[in-house]
Design a binder for this molecule. Structure first.
Ligand code: ZN
Ligand code: ZN
Length: 111
């Protein structure tokens, strides 16, 4: 599922994307930088989860669905989850654990 979609508009601000890189990631350079540097409380997360969340965003494997809900792809790309900053339909999220999907949603909303 990764790298199969190209985007024509920024997933965050809706502006037309011009560079090939932006079309692949789904974010324009300004939004990509804001997302990279967005400050959220990472205390609940382990470093590998933070990395996974950032990879999820970099791979455009998380896309906005509505308001605070995002569609996310599982690591192997075979499943899709609905993820919000405090809830997720992935196996870990359903058990009430913090998952990197929730973190990615948080990072995007904080950007
Ligand atoms: Zn943008
Ligand atoms: Zn999850």
């Amino acid at each position: 599922m990764q790298n199969t979609t190209t985007h024509t508009n920024c997933l965050r601000c809706g502006r037309t994307l011009t560079s090939a890189k932006s079309c692949a990631t789904g974010y324009g350079p300004t939004c990509a930088r804001k997302i990279r540097t967005s400050a959220v409380d990472l205390a609940d997360y382990k470093p590998h989860q933070v990395q996974s969340a950032r990879e999820l965003i970099a791979d455009a494997a998380i896309t906005p669905l509505r308001s605070v809900v995002f569609l996310t792809a599982s690591t192997d790309g075979t499943e899709t989850y609905r993820s919000a900053p405090t809830a997720c339909t992935c196996p870990a999220g359903l058990k009430g654990s913090h998952c990197h999907h929730q973190l990615a949603a948080r990072l995007l909303l904080a950007a």
